[in-house]
Ligand binder design. Structure first.
Ligand code: TXA
Ligand code: MG
Length: 317
């Protein structure tokens, strides 16, 4: 574990951990974040494993500024205005993912949009600078627990799961960032947070539309994958592979097939499988198969989240 005062050397060590694919908890002006390099799928999978999240909610990507964000998302005029007024700060913008962005599919939960924010905390900023990578970071608490506003909270919840906790005392807001979908002409509120709707409305001189707050974490079958729901049908718990089917395999003994096949983890490692899941679905879909047969995946650890997503992909549509 290692809770360390967030001085220069600790921040440099933390950046080293992050680049090596390990998790680091760090302070932001809202709450402590459980950070990973957002371009490394295995590192992002570790976030879900550490939090014990039963589903792959899309995560917020932290960047230094608009220029850094533009490597990953496409800014609308509205987004530019909002970032100009509130960045760095506790406003998260949901924008269309840019083609060629190196962000892991696991960060976006397979969606075509990305939530980005530029934190206003000297330690978070120094860490972003030292790491030189976009950082995915949900609040640093176990799933279902309250958010962590002190390093001690993080240590109690996740101490054995992270390479390091950077300690900079209590966070200023103690409440997560406000999330706004800024892809259109009018901001759509997806999560109320540290920046009030009234402040946003004062800046843009217009109304904030209250979105379906749950749209951020869709629960209806199929919905979450709808942006790229495979055009192939998905068949779960496959014990054989039929004609015209591609195989999504798991473990050391993949089913026999002459067609397209991707093994999520030949070693049977669920973190590795999670890291590969979305890219594998895309690739098998692109193979032109009419259906994807999915081998059984254990329900333990990240298996629960993997199976949750696969069930959505397989749901009738
Ligand atoms: O204050 C904060 O925002 C903290 C600190 C650590 O920065 N971070 C945080 O991140 O709360 P996280 O990953 O827990 O927030 C995830 C939420 C999701 O549940 C979802 O509501 C929204 O962000 N989200 C992420 N990507 C999205 C997307 N592409 N479309 C819609 N909502 C998205
Ligand atoms: Mg949270």
């Amino acid at each position: 574990m290692g809770v360390e005062k967030a001085g220069k050397e600790a921040i440099a060590a933390a950046a080293e951990h992050l680049r090596a694919g390990r998790l680091v908890a760090f302070p932001t002006e809202t709450v402590y974040g459980l950070g990973a390099d957002a371009t490394q799928s295995l590192a992002v999978a570790e976030i879900f494993a550490a939090k014990g999240r039963p589903t792959f909610n899309p995560l917020i990507v932290h960047v230094l500024d608009v220029a850094a964000a533009e490597q990953h998302v496409i800014f609308t005029p509205l987004a530019r205005q909002l970032a100009g007024a509130f960045w760095p700060g506790p406003l998260t913008l949901v924008l269309e993912k840019r083609e060629g962005s190196p962000l892991s599919d696991l960060v976006t939960g397979g969606l075509s949009s990305v939530a980005v924010r530029s934190p206003d905390h000297p330690v978070a900023r120094a860490l972003l600078e030292a790491t030189g990578r976009p950082l995915a970071a949900p609040s640093a608490n176990r799933s279902g627990h309250v958010s962590a506003t002190k390093a001690e909270h993080v240590a109690a919840d996740l101490g054995d799961k992270v390479a390091m906790v950077l300690d900079a005392g209590a966070t200023a807001h103690g409440l997560e960032s406000t999330i706004v979908d800024a892809r259109g002409d009018h901001p759509v509120l997806l999560r109320p947070g540290a920046v009030t709707v009234e402040t946003i409305e004062a800046v843009i001189g217009g109304k904030v539309v209250r979105g379906d707050i749950d749209a951020a974490r869709p629960s209806a079958p199929g919905q979450l994958l709808s942006h790229y729901a495979p055009s192939a049908r998905v068949r779960l718990d496959a014990r054989d592979v039929g004609p015209g089917e591609a195989l999504l395999a798991f473990g050391p003994d993949p089913l026999a097939t002459a067609g397209a096949m991707i093994n999520l983890s030949p070693a049977g490692n669920l973190n590795e499988a999670a890291a590969n899941l979305f890219a594998a679905l895309r690739a098998l879909d692109a193979s032109g198969a009419e259906a994807i047969a999915v081998m059984p995946i254990p329900q333990s650890g990240l298996g629960e989240a993997i199976n949750d997503r696969l069930r959505r992909a397989a749901a009738p549509r």
